[in-house]
Design a protein around this ligand. Structure first.
Ligand SMILES: [Zn+2]
Length: 599
């Protein structure tokens, strides 16, 4: 397919389609002047002379002996080139009426243009995970991201764990298309010469006399589904960064500043900052963390923007991150003195609300990219009664999890009844909640809504687990600690066929399993009686149960299962859910206390 537009003729490989006002706080900012002299409302909906707002202490045009740099950054875009709803899914009429359509490359482009126009010297960075999370990725396999990022003229990116999901060859193909460097310091690609050539350990920007290093999470080895990952050596992030800083400072003894692009998570960034010396700024990602200049008064914020941590030499390192999907574009304005000390600092994450107009050229490009997906969003296949939010599934029972796991269980048992009447029924469904990447908005359901729930191409697999192994997996999920080896667990299971009583992060009390042959008890009004325990019994440690799980879990992903399992493939999650909606087009899940905390 060829795209012709402002950005030239672009060849695309087609993948398979499937289905402020902040207070100056010397303890937080360590005496660095964080400008609040001209507080503003954060409204970026019209043209603003940014340098008038933000550069009140230094005249940018003057040769004042200081170095002024504006850094614009994004992280965890996850293929969200088009605007999206609060659920991370396609923006619908109801969302437009409620003004809850956010992001998209068109709005990002508008803000990037305005931020660039307001500052003489600016850089644009991305902290990784541009792959996975939207049907556009399923179709273009990252090629759309390359086209958009090149058009937006990024200066550098680091690698996210999801960039590995389609294997190393695919990753190299993607990097080859980029017109800017990829920086990652803690990966050893000695066994993969193509990637060794494409990924830089650091980047030195002569014009600015600064350098950029990069890190990605070492957990990629366990959380990515990509092939040949064993060919890549993941090195300790702090050690690798310090070694590279030492090398850079030896080579450029008068360097002003060193920045880190990090796909390692907010807490890990703070830990790394405290262990190194010679780093000034971390542009982070991976944990999808929203930081606010109004923290702690901003109820959604997880920390201050920027978050300052003292390094090994008691010097501040500043950490920023901008949530996920490009709902925010972050920026930081720095004034460095001749020794590289940050004299003055400002910036904020800019919300990509629907008040921000979409840049027409970029939006045309996005619309062109979206054309092949048109039929996926114009043929209604069903109707959702409630909103089914994805974020709620990470800590407890949720409508989306109940709907999906029940659909899988019903699908499997119906298929077995038809194909092999003598076969054992599937007893239990276990899926990691993070495999669901978006929620479903109430209203008409289109195929793309289903693809957006499961954009990662994960498969369902059938395995046999003993009751004890299932109990260990559930305990790992609800307590966040593996009972087998005491290691931390970060995933949470959504279940069907089980009733689990637990206290989150504390204890597992009981696990009941349902006998699929006993019909569900009904109330006089015809609804299922969720309080009835008829057909439920304690999970027996020695009994083998037939379980449908994601291939990710079965291969030891997120460290939830007590071991890895050999399995046979059952089909793609998105296909199974699509078939379910074709059969039962009204989606109206209820909470039934299958994951129940008594307190
Ligand atoms: Zn990530």
């Amino acid at each position: 397919m060829l795209l012709v537009g402002k950005y030239g003729v672009v060849g695309l490989l087609l993948g398979s389609i499937l289905p402020t006002g902040y207070s100056l706080d010397p303890t937080t900012h360590h005496g660095v002047k964080y400008d609040n002299s001209n507080p503003h409302t954060g409204d970026f909906s019209h043209e603003l002379p940014f340098h008038h707002i933000h550069q009140t202490h230094h005249d940018l045009e003057a040769d004042d002996g200081y170095s002024h740099i504006r850094i614009i950054f994004t992280n965890d875009i996850h293929a969200h080139e088009e605007e999206f709803s609060t659920l991370g899914s396609d923006c619908k009429d109801a969302d437009m009426e409620e003004h809850t359509c956010y992001g998209g490359a068109g709005r990002r482009q508008t803000i990037i243009n305005r931020l660039r126009a307001g500052y003489k010297r600016s850089l644009l960075f991305d902290a990784g995970d541009v792959f996975q999370g939207h049907a556009i990725y399923n179709y273009y396999r990252g090629n759309a991201s390359a086209v958009v990022m090149n058009a937006q003229r990024y200066d550098a990116m680091t690698i996210g764990n999801h960039e590995f999901d389609d294997g190393l060859k695919h990753l190299a193909n993607f990097f080859e298309q980029l017109e800017f460097p990829v920086i990652c310091t803690n990966l050893n690609f000695d066994k993969v010469p193509r990637l060794a050539k494409l990924v830089k350990k650091h980047m030195y920007l002569e014009e600015y006399n600064i350098a950029v290093v990069g890190v990605t999470t070492t957990t990629t080895q366990f959380i990515s589904m990509g092939e040949e990952l064993d060919q890549v050596e993941f090195l300790d992030a702090a050690e690798a960064v310090q070694a590279e800083i030492d090398l850079i400072r030896e080579k450029y003894p008068n360097i002003l500043s060193i920045f880190l692009l990090s796909h390692n998570g907010y807490l890990q960034d703070q830990d790394l900052a405290s262990k190194v010396s010679g780093l000034s700024f971390i542009f982070g990602g991976h944990s999808h963390t929203y930081l606010s200049v109004d923290h702690p008064h901003d109820p959604d914020s997880r920390g201050p923007y920027p978050t300052a941590v003292l390094d090994k030499d008691n010097k501040p390192v500043y950490i920023v991150q901008a949530k996920k999907f490009g709902e925010y574009v972050g920026f930081v304005d720095l004034t460095l003195n001749q020794e590289g000390r940050i004299e003055w600092l400002s910036g904020q994450p800019v919300h990509m609300s629907d008040k921000i107009p979409q840049d027409p050229d970029m939006q045309t490009l996005v619309n062109t990219l979206l054309e092949p997906l048109h039929s996926l969003r114009t043929n209604p296949i069903g109707k959702a009664i409630p909103d089914m939010r994805q974020e709620l599934c990470k800590t407890g029972e949720c409508l989306l999890g109940n709907m999906v796991t029940q659909a899988i269980l019903d699908h499997a048992n119906e298929k077995k009844r038809v194909d092999k009447p003598e076969a054992d029924k599937v007893d239990i469904v276990l899926i990691n909640s993070d495999v669901m990447r978006a929620g479903i908005r109430r209203g008409i359901v289109y195929p793309i809504d289903i693809v957006n729930v499961f954009p990662t191409g994960n498969e369902l697999v059938e395995i046999t687990m003993t009751g004890q192994e299932i109990r260990q997996a559930i305990e790992a999920s609800v307590t966040e600690v593996s009972p087998v080896d005491g290691k931390k667990v970060t995933g949470f299971l959504q279940v069907a066929g089980l009733k689990v009583e637990y206290e989150f992060k504390k204890a597992l009390y009981s696990v009941l399993v349902r006998d699929p042959r006993v019909p569900l008890e009904k109330l006089p009004n015809g609804q299922v009686d969720h309080k009835s325990l008829k057909g439920w019994k304690q999970l027996d440690d020695d009994t083998p149960y037939t379980v449908l799980a994601t291939n990710f879990l079965s291969e030891g992903g997120d460290h939830i299962f007590p071991k890895s399992y050999t399995y046979h493939s059952y089909g793609r999650l998105s296909s199974v859910l699509l078939e379910h909606v074709f059969r039962e087009p009204v989606l109206n899940p209820k909470l039934d206390h299958r994951l129940y905390s008594p307190s």
